[in-house]
Design a binder for this molecule. Structure first.
Ligand code: 1GP
Length: 252
């Protein structure tokens, strides 16, 4: 079963997933190995790899390190079309639908298409909604797009519905890396009720409580990057909390 079908099956059963985002620019060999080992121990669901702007040419090393030390799927979360590595398992093909910059809606994808076609990567078409979460983020600056207002969940709902109608398979609500606070519970809840796609939520989740808030509001998957780089033990705590929710559902 491919990753998307598995994710859909999990969603239908109410099962939650936890992805740890590794930003290749922020990790050295030692910290990468440490987080990968912790992810294996805690049985996290996915490693996401990527960043809005990569300067270190480290992507391939990170993907290989994860692949050779674990069976946890590696999903590319690319900031641009140069962040493709065929040795990963899948790629979120992000269309930045909260923005109005054609390059991030379709342009980058045109350039990436022939490379992706030749790869064996599973392509997961994703409607990426960037939400204002208290400060300007790299993704907002680099993509030259305005984030969706934090307190306007109805705009997020309409954006997610349009994305689903266009055929996007996943909706990703993102406050951006290192956001001051996460996407609101209200927005997550309203979006999750308005579309049938799996909902991924990330950006600014830095405590187990914030992770739980996003999941109980309706996220099918949460993504944490920055906070785990700062305190890798958060990976264990969040993983335990996600496991507790899933245990109550009595599914494998
Ligand atoms: C950013 O959703 C990811 O695109 C994760 O954000 O680094 O703030 O956890 P953080």
């Amino acid at each position: 079963m491919n990753l998307y079908d598995k994710l859909l099956e999990k969603k239908q059963k109410g099962y939650k997933s936890f992805a740890v985002l590794l930003d290749p620019d922020k990790l050295d060999k030692e910290s990468c190995a440490k987080i990968v080992n912790m992810g294996v121990e805690s049985k996290i669901d996915y490693f996401f790899v990527g960043g809005s702007l990569l300067t270190e040419n480290n992507l391939n090393y990170i993907v290989r390190t994860i692949r050779s030390n674990s069976n946890i799927p590696v999903v590319l979360f690319p900031g641009s079309n140069v962040q493709i590595d065929a040795s990963a398992n899948a790629i979120l093909l992000l269309s930045l639908i909260s923005g109005r910059n054609p390059d991030f809606l379709i342009g980058q994808h045109v350039v990436a298409a022939p490379i992706l076609k030749k790869s064996k990567l599973e392509i997961i078409p994703t409607g990426y909604i960037l939400v204002d979460c208290g400060k300007q983020t790299t993704v907002s600056y680099i993509s030259n797009t305005t984030p969706l207002p934090h307190d306007k969940p109805s705009i997020a709902v309409c954006t997610a519905m349009a994305g689903e109608m266009l055929g996007l398979k996943v909706i990703y609500l993102d406050g951006g890396s290192g956001a001051m606070y996460p996407v609101s519970k209200k927005m997550i809840s309203m979006v999750s009720k308005s579309v049938d796609t799996p909902i991924i939520v990330g950006g600014g989740i830095n405590t187990p409580q914030k992770a739980m808030d996003a999941l109980t509001a309706g996220a099918d998957m949460i993504v944490i990057g920055n906070a785990i780089e700062k305190d890798p033990n958060l990976l264990i705590e969040v993983s335990e909390r996600v496991g507790e929710i899933n245990k109550t559902l009595n599914i494998s």
